[in-house]
Design a protein around this ligand. Structure first.
Ligand code: GAR
Length: 193
């Protein structure tokens, strides 16, 4: 069985979309894959509740306990590696990862970013898209490499910017597309891992 480990920091709606799609499409049977664990750097992350309800193993690793990013990432790897993951999925995991972590999972580490990369890497993507006068926004699933938000693109969805949009309304419209493309991109990638 190919294990998927999902890292979250908050609501976990992308994680939930992947878990639900895995159930609906019977990934265990069709792809020989399952979501084995969900790990959060925040104990209060809402997504942990959903994961536990689904009977998925969960863990919390509070980054504030660590003096350096390297120390945090080393402990995170120690939590992930017992699952021998075919794929590590960043789903709203709001930590910058060290080059050592990225290298350790090279080729089996993916992220979702709420913009049409390579535009608007980093934070506050929706406000920056509105400020720039973009007529279209969107979302990107990409392989993670050492450069922040700049790995090879696996999938994208385009979302129109509508008159009167705020960062919040645009984010909500983009999020519905995230829930479509992230499970799709993961399902497409798994047979190659
Ligand atoms: C999503 O919009 C995701 O694209 C974004 O955080 C949100 C998490 O929502 N990720 C980033 O901004 C990464 N830089 P979720 O916890 O409900 O999946």
């Amino acid at each position: 069985m190919k294990n998927i480990v999902i890292l979250i920091s908050g609501g976990g709606s992308n994680m939930a979309a992947i878990v639900k799609t895995a159930q609906q499409q019977d990934w265990a049977q069709r792809l020989g894959a399952r979501v084995a664990a969900v790990i959060s750097n925040k104990a209060e992350a809402k997504g942990l509740v959903f994961a536990r309800e689904q009977g998925i193993a969960t863990a919390v690793l509070d980054h504030q306990r660590f003096a350096t990013r390297e120390a945090f990432d080393a402990e995170l790897m120690a939590l992930i590696d017992p699952y021998q993951p075919a794929l590590v999925v960043l789903a709203g995991f709001m930590r910058i990862l060290t080059p050592g972590f990225v290298a350790h999972y090279a080729g089996r580490l993916v992220n979702i970013h709420p913009s049409l990369l390579p535009a608007f890497a980093g934070l506050h993507t929706h406000q920056r898209a509105l400020d720039a006068g973009c007529k279209f926004a969107g979302v990107t699933v990409h392989q993670v490499t050492a450069e922040l938000d700049l790995g090879p693109i696996l999938d994208q969805a385009v979302v129109p910017v509508l008159p009167g949009d705020t960062a919040e309304t645009l984010a909500a419209r983009v999020l519905t597309q995230e829930h479509v493309i992230y499970p799709r991109a993961v399902a497409a990638l798994l047979p190659r891992l």
